[in-house]
Design a protein around this ligand. Structure first.
Ligand code: C5P
Length: 312
């Protein structure tokens, strides 16, 4: 009897921007206690998982050459984690993961985490495991602090390492311009630099997240723009001083405000609307302060199956 090979499954998964990121002290496990507000953006990766005679990871698109394809790849680690959870040997099935990247690599937009989240959803569908999103989020949290958010998307308050999530009301669409830098930044290095800056002095800290939650509910981008804040920004700028110029250029181009996204170096600029975002993007492209410029809107949903190929 012929074995039935399930059709490949493709998942689209969003990048995130941190509208607010308050970093506490380093914990004993090396992580920092965070309070953050994530928003999922329309900048996405597409991840296809398939049964294959050539198991492994393949990467195309944005930053493809700098993504490792070995066992350290976070999407591959997601395959192994789900296989272990489902008590199913990963390599026995021969799983191939194809990443089509739109999210910058090591850009502070959780691209690797997004790929891991998409792989969990895709593979659980391929294997017909019928797991609830909350169950997948439990596995996601073991892979990285930002992986659970990529499963849920929308706008959410994250605490702990960033993995404990509560949805935040945000019915309005916000328009963003994203400036990708020439090279990525290592997240552990940026956290380490913040620790160093705090030992040496007292860099300013962002305030409470409560006004950000109110601004999101109001839907007024001008109100939200005044409240964007990221404790990691000083550390990212310290490691990559050119970001100061990028941040200034975005505001000079007409954005309401700019912030370093997560640990950077991507800068995210909030605009008054879709049209303004296109104008800001055009002007910023010509300013020579970054590698590439993209427009995006948020919030958008988390990891989702791409129509059709999840059905047998
Ligand atoms: O959880 P994830 O693997 O994405 O984190 C990458 C690195 O970022 C960690 O190894 C740690 O150095 C740093 N980090 C942190 N505190 C957090 C999240 C990440 O120090 N809450």
């Amino acid at each position: 009897m012929l074995a039935v090979v399930p059709p490949p499954v493709t998942v689209r998964v969003p990048a995130k921007v941190n509208l607010h990121l308050s970093v506490g002290d380093a914990r004993e496990d090396g992580y920092h206690e965070l309070t953050t507000i994530f928003q999922a953006l329309s900048l996405t990766d597409e991840v296809t998982v398939a049964v294959s005679e050539e198991p492994g990871v393949e990467v195309h698109g944005e930053g493809e050459k700098s993504v490792p394809t070995g066992p350290e790849n976070l999407a591959w680690r997601a395959v192994c984690a789900l296989a272990e959870y489902a008590e199913r040997p990963a390599d026995a099935d021969g799983i191939r993961v194809v990443l089509r990247k739109g999210i910058p690599v090591a850009g502070g937009m959780a691209g690797g985490s997004a790929d891991a989240a998409a792989t969990l959803l895709g593979l659980s569908t391929l294997w017909r495991l019928d797991l609830a999103r909350d169950e997948l989020a439990g596995i996601a949290a073991t892979l990285g602090s930002d992986v659970p958010f990529a499963l849920y998307g929308g706008t959410a308050l994250g605490t702990g390492r960033g993995e404990q999530l509560v949805p935040v009301l945000s019915r309005h669409t916000f328009h963003w311009v994203l400036a990708f830098d020439q090279r990525g930044l290592s997240t552990p290095k940026v956290f380490g630099e913040l620790d160093r800056l705090r030992e040496a002095g007292d860099p300013p800290r962002v305030g409470s997240h409560a006004p950000v939650v109110e601004a999101l509910a109001s839907g007024d981008p001008r109100q939200l723009a005044l409240l964007l804040g990221n404790d990691l920004q000083a550390a990212a700028v310290s490691l990559r001083p050119g970001l100061r110029r990028t941040l200034r250029a975005g505001v000079n181009a007409g954005a309401l405000a700019g912030t370093v996204s997560g640990s950077g170096p991507t800068c995210a600029f909030l605009c008054t609307g879709a049209e303004s975002a296109l104008e800001v993007a055009a002007e910023l492209s010509g300013a020579g302060v970054c590698r590439t410029v993209r427009v995006a809107h948020g919030p958008v949903p988390g990891a989702r199956l791409v129509g059709g190929d999840d059905t047998p």
